[in-house]
Design a protein. Structure first.
Length: 284
């Protein structure tokens, strides 16, 4: 396979990308058939139909910009956000509350009656047990307290916490474990996902797209760090601020699937990289 103009570090990063890595999920999520297959399996909705997908969907709400991994629009007009999260340390519950609210506000036209605001579902897939409840899938739903207990309230918002850390031998678990593989595979239960991974891992055109995505991520983080460093230097001039921003940049690159070699080639030190790796390991 011809590798074109890409460096060894870029190629090695691309070769080792997994579906759960941002850089690869961004590519496979462009195929609505893949998103549909994931949603049908994990939500037990075999008739669910995805009509459009928007990878890296940018939403600005309450003066804060968020980027959804992929926002799917269903045949019935509902929205489903699939999020892949590798690194812990986020407030996962409040993050999803904000994402659901921002998505609802962004896709509700001015003047819409409250009874007509769209259904929003978040499928939050993590490499760790975010809720620490030893369940592979947990459904979160707003409830009201009654004398008989808690009763679900249909407010048009659903959140599913899903993780690859807990395995139960089910078909859902089989799908989730595929998200961790670095190689191409062919699984008859998940033909669309298999086809997408084979394209990016085994064809020259697909692998070239992955390499370009890896380089785009690296350039973006380098640019973001330079901008933030300039701001800190101008406003504060403190070296500790610069150090923290370098660590944040490394953290984001690791969570996106960039290899150690790729990060070190961008003028980050082994000491800085190891420090971030230890932090992420301690949070897992």
């Amino acid at each position: 396979m011809a590798y074109g103009p890409y460096s060894k570090a870029t190629r090695e990063t691309a070769e080792n990308l997994r579906i759960i890595d941002d850089a690869m999920f961004r590519l496979v999520a462009e195929r609505k058939e893949v998103c549909q297959e994931i949603l049908r399996t994990l939500l037990d909705r075999p008739q669910l139909k995805v009509v459009s997908v928007t990878p890296q969907c940018v939403i600005t709400s309450l003066h804060r910009e968020i980027i959804l991994d992929v926002l799917c629009t269903l045949e019935d007009g509902a929205y489903m956000n699939i999020e892949m999260q590798k690194g812990s340390g986020n407030d996962d519950i409040k993050r999803n509350r904000f994402y659901a609210a921002a998505t609802t506000a962004s896709h509700t036209p001015k003047g819409t009656d409250f009874s007509d605001i769209p259904q929003v579902t978040i499928l939050y897939i993590t490499e760790y047990d975010a809720l620490h409840n030893c369940q592979m899938i947990t459904y979160l739903k707003r409830c009201m307290k009654t004398d008989e207990g808690y009763v679900p309230v249909d407010d048009g918002e659903d959140i599913f916490f899903v993780n690859t850390a807990v395995k139960d031998g089910s078909e859902k678990s089989e799908l989730l474990q595929l998200f961790l593989r670095r190689d191409a595979f062919e699984d008859a239960k998940f033909p669309e996902l298999s086809k997408a991974v084979q394209y990016f891992k085994e064809t020259e055109g697909g692998f070239g797209e992955m390499c370009k995505t890896v380089e785009d991520y690296a350039k973006k983080y380098a640019k973001d760090y330079a901008k933030e460093h300039e701001k800190i230097a101008r406003e504060e001039g403190r070296s500790e601020g610069r150090s923290e921003e370098r660590k944040n940049a490394i953290r984001k690159m690791l969570e996106s699937g960039l290899s150690r070699e790729m990060i070190l080639s961008m003028d980050y030190s082994e000491t800085e990289l190891e420090a971030v790796e230890q932090e992420l390991f301690a949070q897992a």
